[in-house]
Design a protein around this ligand. Structure first.
Ligand code: ADP
Length: 621
């Protein structure tokens, strides 16, 4: 579904109902508070209408003092009681509404966090995600838009029902026989009055829809500008990785130029807003005018009937009040209907995003405890989504338990992609990957993932405590975390941290958090992989940011770190892979050589020989 799609009435209804149901996941009962508030807001005016009419009828009729006092006391008491309850409920409603922002954004971010990795890398999905947040935040369209119209709808319906109940007797009071106004009771006039009643009911929704449609179309047109706006104002200037380059290369210039361009977009955007608002106002104003004219005619009808003596002044007040409320009710229902209708394309975007399936999470087989974890790539080829080039071509490799493998090759030869397939961040385009002879798709995704301890080349640490980063949980085993950090060569640095494992990494959440160097971060990431104690340990350029001494330390401990695990080292530094018995050479997405260091060096025309000598020459005197 998209904003340009047309929905059937049934689809419209189910979108709204699904949206309302989603509010159940909110921590506060937003819809309940809104409904109660709406019921009170709509019902209270009727107390005054009803009692004012009773008082006037009493004054014009029997004039009983006792009854008058009772009516006045009841009016004041009910008003007072309702106002107090109204105040309390509207405070509660405001509190619930306030909390709903967090809840709605949590629904989105929970989804984003649990999505398949390949979808996170999909620019169009991320564009839609950004658009959903932008629309919700800046224009209000989306899930959170529902509360307003739902409230208006409830208010409107209550007004209509109560007004009809009060005005029911309008047609039963007849103009006394023989007076010149008896034509007011003719069936034709009654039909005309009913049509005038129905006029706004039929026209206002149509005009409201036309008004709101302008927004839907215009917001879709400004998608690009909105995305840039979000990125510039919310992300780019806070990103301290780019901050260095921005300063050194004076990238402010290019950002300012882009911003100027975006302001041009934004200017267009403003124009679109102005146009949308004007367009909307035109339709809404016409609707309001029609509703008021119809109401005016109805008032005239009531006044004429009163003039003709069909009923007294009290009933006149009652009918006038009921008609006013009826008009307001119709207009509220129709406005709400229009808003809900126009919000639906935005709501559909939410559901499109929330419904993106977790394709990876289809299997349910347990990996279980096993002493054997053999993984086999069988004729695996891979093309990245939305690309048409093979990044891996016909790879067949088997990893046996406890072996040490190295994957080497030039940049862009497909090493990291191979690792992404190995740990199932992507599925192969062709061929199969098997764990203990069973297709890895058959296994429960999280269980399969758990057999790997990985350090990616572009790993990420979170701005939480050191211990939490290593253990990836809140309550961790201090001793085990300490040992893992020690194996990763971080123990010396740990002694300088006054809060030890409780030290916050980075200063984003804690002022006394520590800024760590790239090499230190890499050691922590390595400790995290060690802590997991999984059957496979995979290190993608694990020492890229380490100094030579630290690199030497890590590699000399590699056997200890890997223990009985199957280890896969990915590196373009061939010297660091020498200790592996099985070196796999990747080139342009294919495995072109395989063997141990000495065997591979024998082939002087081979890629390994070329890569080895290219690096070795800088170390030879
Ligand atoms: P290596 O790890 O050997 O340097 P990679 O596996 O990272 O190589 O990349 C192999 C090829 O795949 C490169 O040409 C790269 O541009 C391409 N590539 C990597 N990631 C993506 C992606 N997410 N989408 C499309 N192409 C990608």
């Amino acid at each position: 579904m998209s904003t340009s799609k047309k929905f059937s009435p049934k689809q419209h209804f189910s979108l709204i109902m699904r949206g309302i149901r989603l509010y159940r996941a909110f921590p506060k009962p937003v819809m309940l508070s809104v409904s109660l508030s709406a019921i009170l807001d709509a019902a209270v005016p009727f107390i005054n209408i009803y009692f004012a009419a009773q008082v006037l009828n009493e004054l014009a009729g029997a004039r009983s003092m006792e009854r008058l006092i009772l009516l006045v006391i009841l009016t004041i008491g009910l008003n007072l009681g309702c106002v107090l309850i109204q105040r309390a409920i509207s405070r509660w409603e405001a509190y619930c509404n306030n909390k709903s922002f967090d809840a709605a954004y949590k629904i989105l971010s929970d989804k984003a966090l649990s999505m398949d990795y390949c979808d996170i890398e999909d620019a169009s999905i991320m564009d839609d995600y950004s658009q959903i947040r932008h629309n919700q935040w800046f224009t209000g369209y989306g899930l959170l838009k529902l509360t307003g119209p739902v409230k208006e709808m409830i208010q409107g319906l209550i007004r209509i029902v109560m007004a009809i109940a009060l005005a029911f007797t309008l047609f039963t009071f007849q103009v006394p026989y023989g007076l010149p106004y008896t034509w007011l009771d003719s069936p034709w006039i009654m039909v005309a009055v009913l049509l005038i009643f129905a006029g706004p009911v039929l026209l206002t929704p149509y005009l409201n829809l036309l008004g709101g449609k302008v927004w839907v179309e215009d917001l879709e047109k400004e998608k690009k500008a909105n995305n840039f706006f979000n990125h510039y104002f919310f992300d780019m200037h806070r990103d301290n990785i780019s901050a260095k380059d921005i300063r050194i290369y004076d990238q402010q210039r290019i950002i300012k130029a882009q911003l100027a361009k975006s302001q041009e977009w934004d200017w267009r955007n403003n124009q679109t807003w102005a146009k949308s608002m004007k367009g909307e106002a035109k339709f809404v104003a016409t609707g309001v005018a029609i509703a008021h004219i119809c109401n005016g005619v109805l008032f005239l009808y009531v006044a004429l009937k009163a003039l003709a003596g069909a009923f007294g002044v009290g009933s006149l007040i009652l009918y006038v009040g009921a008609l006013t409320q009826f008009g307001m009710g119709i207009s509220a229902v129709m406005t709400a209907f229009g808003k809900l209708y126009n919000n639906n394309p935005f709501l559909a975007k939410w559901f499109d995003f929330l419904d993106i399936p977790n394709k990876m999470q289809q299997g349910d087989m347990k990996v279980g405890d096993s002493s054997k974890y053999e993984i086999e790539f069988r004729n695996v080829s891979f093309i990245y989504p939305k690309s048409d080039e093979y990044v891996l071509k016909n790879i067949s490799i088997k990893f046996k338990t406890g072996e040490r493998h190295a994957i080497v090759g030039e940049n862009g030869s497909g090493k990291t992609t191979f690792v992404k397939l190995l740990c199932r961040l992507y599925d192969p385009t062709e061929g199969d990957i098997l764990l203990n002879d069973i297709d890895i798709k058959e296994y429960d995704y999280n269980e399969y993932m758990a057999i790997f301890g990985i350090v990616f080349q572009d790993f990420g640490l979170l701005p939480f405590t050191l211990g939490q980063n290593v253990a990836t949980c809140i309550d961790y085993d201090d001793e085990r975390v300490g040992k893992s950090l020690d194996s990763a060569g971080f123990s010396e640095r740990l002694t300088t941290m006054k809060n030890g494992l409780e030290t916050y990494l980075y200063k984003r959440f804690e002022e006394d958090g520590v800024e760590i160097s790239g090499g230190e971060a890499q050691k922590i990431a390595l400790a995290r992989a060690i802590y997991r104690d999984a059957p496979f340990i995979i290190l993608d350029e694990p020492t890229a940011t380490l100094d030579p001494i630290a690199e030497y330390e890590v590699y000399s401990k590699m056997n200890e770190i890997a223990g009985k695990k199957t280890a896969v080292f990915v590196s373009h530094r061939l010297s660091s892979c020498r200790f592996c018995d099985d070196i796999i050479v990747f080139h342009e997405g294919m495995v072109i050589q395989r063997g141990n260091h000495d065997y591979l060096l024998e082939n002087e025309n081979g890629k390994y020989y070329e890569l080895w000598n290219a690096q070795a020459q800088y170390y030879q005197v």
